[in-house]
Every structure is written in structure tokens, then in C-alpha cells.
Design a protein around this ligand. Sequence first.
Ligand code: G6P
Length: 476
Amino acid sequence: MTDLPHYDFVVVSNRLPVDRVIDADGTERWQRSPGGLVTALEPVMRASHGAWVGWAGQPDLDLAPFDSDDATLVPVPLSPLEIEYYYEGFSNDTLWPLYHDVIASPSFHREWWEAYVEVNQRFADASARVAAPGATVWVQDYQLQLVPRMLREQRPDLTIGFFNHIPFPPYGIYAQLPWRKQVIEGLLGADVIGFQRVADAGNFSRAVRRLFGYATRTPEIRVPDGLGGHRSVIAKAFPISIDVESFEQIARRPEVQQRAQQIRDDLGNPSTIMLGVDRLDYTKGIRHRLKAFGELLGDGTLAVGDAVLVQVASPSRERVAAYMQLRDEIELTVGRLNGQYATISHSAVAYLHHGYPREEMVALYLAADVMLVTALRDGMNLVAKEYVACQLDEDGVLVLSEFAGAADELKNALLVNPHDIDGLKEAIVAAVRMPQRERTTRMRALRRRVRDNDVARWSATFLDTLRHANHHSDAR
Ligand code: G6P
């Protein structure tokens, strides 16, 4: 990796925007991953032909950089042990539960932390190698919180942004992290630190004050530069969104609409199709949703044949114990619900442990009368926005947890506290029985909101703030 070209714009994320697929005949190809970040950054990449630094998703793949669409992809290799310690361990069994209100207990292991430091350094080194003088580098998410500082140490000429896609916890929870100071020092290497919600940016600034005593004046944090001067760091909310236009386009396609009708037919044309779409993750409140739905069947408020819950739970982090346990619990519950309430011709819950292409997801959104987003904690929850974007006929009801970042914007949803099972049941019943007029009024307002802040606006606003941030120290 000596003579790499240099790029003015570099994105750094744990995963590359493509997945490696091996076809039946053994040929290797790269397939664009379905994630939202890829579409979010596509226009920016196209405008600048930047580089994207990330892991290719499999162990020990030491690949040379290669071109894909409008970006050069720069793979960062991870060994099997690093996957276990840095990715499954520190990222997804320490930080993930800690940052999501300790819904599951975080594990703290010093070996995991050491791997996290080492891998973050590798990402920083790879980024420093491909960034042109004075380039902009945008680091993404909790897996790479140390990269901004590591990068600044090597390359003070760079403008560095960081965006945290998940919540930033209140200080009382954050303080549990044995490496709480190092992580904040890592993040403060950035010029702009973006969060999903105003509350996340507030939690971060409070942690900085409590641990370092630095002066903060929202959104600015004054960080001593060690030379008697200060750098100014901006910590601010930039709620992420989706590519509304592309979802609308798919929803308009006749074959996708036909597929939606076929889904309804296959389910036996019940009056209400309820839908849940999540990664199989304990933060998503899938159990709470199943409990509320089961009780509504049990007390006769809803009847099988008349109402069905379609639950897509896409496989995720399957080697982490908390995820294995969750899968067992959910599949046991689904089995019990169907055993008790299903008939030969009708399921209570249609449970799908798969990921699906975007067209199929849109067909499901079109088929669903009620969308259930009951996360116990979620940075944003783009599924809520996707459902809204697809309702071209301004019908359909969104039941949305107040603990998802999306609730800050989507106030016309039926907002719920998923821990309150009675409240959740009431909201589900209200959604099922909601008169057409109210459905339309709410959905119209929701659609306006989602269209106003789409993902192009998100990236443009962040990058604009970054461009105007003064990344030089005020020391003379
Ligand atoms: C969340 C995180 C992302 C992550 C995604 C999928 O959305 O914010 O950083 O990529 O989950 O998780 P995975 O562990 O499969 O990358």
C-alpha cells in the first residue's frame, strides 16, 4: 500500500458499503449492501469520487483497494480474533448495550478494549494513507470512536467529522465504561461530532464537562490543544433520514404494488395486517410487541383471520450470546402464539428470520395497515421513515416508540412507551380502529416531515457544518 492515490473526501465505517458474494460457480463479486448510509453518501461520493475505508465483513481478507461505482473502496482486514474481540466483543457486547440504556448488560473485558484500540488505529492509519493534504474525513459510528483523535495526531491538516448513528447515553450510564475518558478523547479529535437527537448531543457535552471540565457553550466545546490554546469542537444533532425519492419510486412500480396485493392474498385478506421489521436485536422491543399482540388475541379484542402480525426479524450478530438468547425467546413466543391461536388456514404471527431486498420490503410496507416500531431504545429507526415514505395513498398508521430518535420528528405517529403493555395494546387498538380521515391527516403530516428532511439534506447539513468549522487551534 505504498503508492495509493489521494482523495479529498474519505468516509470511514466499520463495514464497507458492499458485501462479498460468491456465486454458485465460485466467482467472487461485490454487491451493494442495503444499508442507508450507502445511499446517504452516494451523491457526495459521486460529486467527489472519494475513498471509503472499511472492513469487508469476513475474516482475514487482505485486499488491495478497488473501485466500485463512484468510490474507491479501501478494505481493512480483521483477523478472527479481532472480529471476536473488537467487533462482537467491545463494539457489540460492551458499547452497544451500554449506549442503549443497558437493556442487556454490557460486558467489560480489558482484552476487548485492547483489540478496539488496535483496530481503531488500523482504520486511522488506512485513512491517513489515502487522504489528500487538507482532505475531509468523515468517520462513522460507535465502532470507530478513537479514530478521530488517532487521525488528528498523524494528520493535523485534515478536517475530521464523526457521526454517531446510535444513542449517546446519559452520564450515569456512560460513567460505567472503564475507558470513558479515552473514548471521549478519541471523539474530541473531530471538528464536528454529529448525533441523532438533541438529547444525545446534550448527554455527550455533559460527559465532557463531568470528566474533563471543559467549557461548553452549545453546540461548541472548547478543547485545550496542549499548547496553551484551544480548538473548538461542535457537538450537535443531525437526524439521519432516508432517500425518500427512491422509496417512492419503488412504491410506484406496478409489479411492487402487485406483490403487495399478493402478500395480502397469501395472508388470507385479513382486515388488518400489522408489520414489524427489525434486525433481530434486543433494543427493538420485539418481545413487547409480541406480548401486546398476544394479549389482544387472548382477550378477544383481535381475532386471528381478521388480524395478523407479520414480523420480519433479519439475522444479526449471531455469534453474540445476547442475540442467540433473544432469538430463542422470540421464536419460543412466536411458536406459542401460533400454537395457541393459529388455525389451519391462518397464522397469528407470520415470522420471517430473513433479510429481504428493498423491493420486497416496500411491498410489505404497502401491504401493511399498521406499522409497529416499538424499540426500547434506538438511535433513529429508519424503518419508521421508510414505511411513511412508501404510503403514497396517505393511508396506514405508524405506531412509534417514544424511545426511537424518529419520535422527535414523527410526532403525528401514535407514540407509545413499549414498556407499558396496556398502553401499547391501547395504541394498537386505536391504530386498527382509526377512522380513515384521521389516518389520512396523520399520514399526510408524517410524509411532509420525512420528505422535508431526507438523507441528502442530512449529509449536506453535516458536511456544511464541517466545512465551516474552524479546525485550527487559536494558539498563536
Ligand atoms: C446499526 C449500527 C451500524 C451497523 C448496523 C448493522 O445500524 O448503527 O453501525 O452497521 O447496525 O449491524 P452490523 O453489526 O451487522 O454491522
